[in-house]
Design a protein around this ligand. Sequence first.
Ligand SMILES: [Zn+2]
Length: 499
Amino acid sequence: MLSDECYITIHSKLNINHLPLLMNICKSIFAFLFATISAFLLPVILQAQPEPIYIKGGHYFDVESQKMKVNDGILIRGGRFYKIGETPSDNEPNDYKTISLGDDEYVLPGIVDVHAHFRMDAFGSESLEEIDEFKYNSMVYLANGVTSTFSNGVYYPEMELAAKKKINSGQWTGPRFFASGPYFGSARPGWEDFSKEEIYTQVDKWVAKGVDGFKTKGGDPETIKHLIKRAHFHGLTVAGHLGSGYRGTTNSITAIDMGIDRVEHILGGFVLDSTQYAYPVWNKVDTTSTAFKQTVQYFIDHGVYFDATMIAPVYFTSLKEGFDYWKDEQSLFTPYVQSLLSPRENQGASELMDGLYRAMRRSTKAFYDAGGGDLITLGTDAPSHGYFLAGFSAHREMHTMVMAGIPEAAVLKIATQNSANAIGQGSLLGSIETGKLADVYIVKGNPLDDIKNTRNVLQVIKSGEIYNPDELLEQVKGKIGPADATETESWFRYEELIK
Ligand SMILES: [Zn+2]
C-alpha cells in the first residue's frame, strides 16, 4: 500500500513538468528518491506484506484429529492460513510463491515454548549472574521451528521488554515474543513482602509496559492470591513455580483454589508434605497412590495446565538418553565462551536431580493416562549451561515425552495447541487452521514414526515469512557470548537494548 502511494505522488509531480531540462533534473531527483525510498521502505513493505504462499504436496499435522493428513494444498495470505485442503482458484490473484514438498516432508504447526529462557551461564554462577541473550538465541529458537516463546521469568524485565519490541517489530529475527516481566516471589532479587496494593500497582505497571503474562516463583499464598486476581483483571495468565507450602512457599492445591492458570515442573499437591521441601518428597512419588490421583483430578477438574519441563533437571544429571547433538551447538558460542565450557561428560551427577527427572517422567505419563492430555504443555526451561541451547531443547523435550510413554501425536499437540491455549493464544496460534496465524515448520520424515524427525527442520514460516534454518544458524555461528574477558561486562548489558 505504502509503495503504491509513493509511486502515485512522485509520478503525478513529475508529469506536470514539460520542460526538457527540468525534466532531466526531475528524472535524476526521481531516480534518487526512488532508489532511496526503495532501499529504506522495501524491507518494511516485505515485512508488512509477506508474499502469499502455496504449500503443495507432502503431509501436514492436523491437531484436532491428531493425525497426519495428505496435503491437498495450504494457502497462506496476509500472514494467515487462507485455505486448507485447496489449490489456488482461478478467481483469485495468481501471486503465490509455491513451496513443493516431497512425499516424505511434513508441515507441522510452529512450536510454542511456554517456559522459554534466553539465558546462559557460561561462567558459572559464582563469577557472573546468568545473562539473558535475546538477539541470537531468538534466531536459534526460530531455526528450530519454535515460532512463539513465553519467557517464563526474567531478572532484567526492562531488557526483556526491549528485546520483545525488537523481535516483534521485525528489527530482530525471532519467534513471537511473549514477555513475563519480573518474578513475583523470592526468586526476584530484592523481593520483599509487598502489600496487596503494592502488588496491584506492580502488576498494573508491567501490564502498561507490555508484559503478556506473569510468573511466580517462591511466592507465598498472599502474594499469589493478589497476583492472580490483578493479572486476571487484565486478562493475563499466571504461571507458578510452586512448593510444598514449607517455608513460605505455596502448594499447587492452594494456588489452584486461587485460580492459577499453569503449574510448572511438578504437580505437587496432596503428595507433598508442608513440613519438608518439595523435591525430595516428590522424587519418591507413587503414581498409584490416592494422594497422587486426587492431585491429578484437582488439576483436571479446574482445567489447570501442567508444564512438565522434563528436560530441565537433565542439565544437572549424568543422564544421556535423548541428549545427543544433531547440530554443532557449541559452534554457536564465541570462541572465547567455547574455551570456558567444560565438556558435558565431566558433569557430576546429582542424585536429587536424577530422581526428579525420573519422577517427572512417570508422573507426566500418569497425568496423561488419567485424562490430562489436553493440559500438558511444552516448556524447555533450559537456560544454556554451555551444553545445549533452548531452541534445540524443544525437540529434546518432545523426545523425552515420547520416552515417558506419551504417544507422538499427543506430543505434537502438547507442543503446539495445548501450549498456545495455556498462554491465552489458542484462537490465533497452535494449529494449521483457516484464519490462524501461519506459523509452521517443515520437516523431513514423519514424526509420528519417530519423534526425532522433528529435528530435521527444512523451512520455518512465521506469519507467512519464510526462514531457512541453516542460514539462521550460520548467522549465529560464533556470536553467542562476549568475544573476550574485557567485553564481558559491556556485553552483559548490550547497548542495543538499553539505549
Ligand atoms: Zn525457568
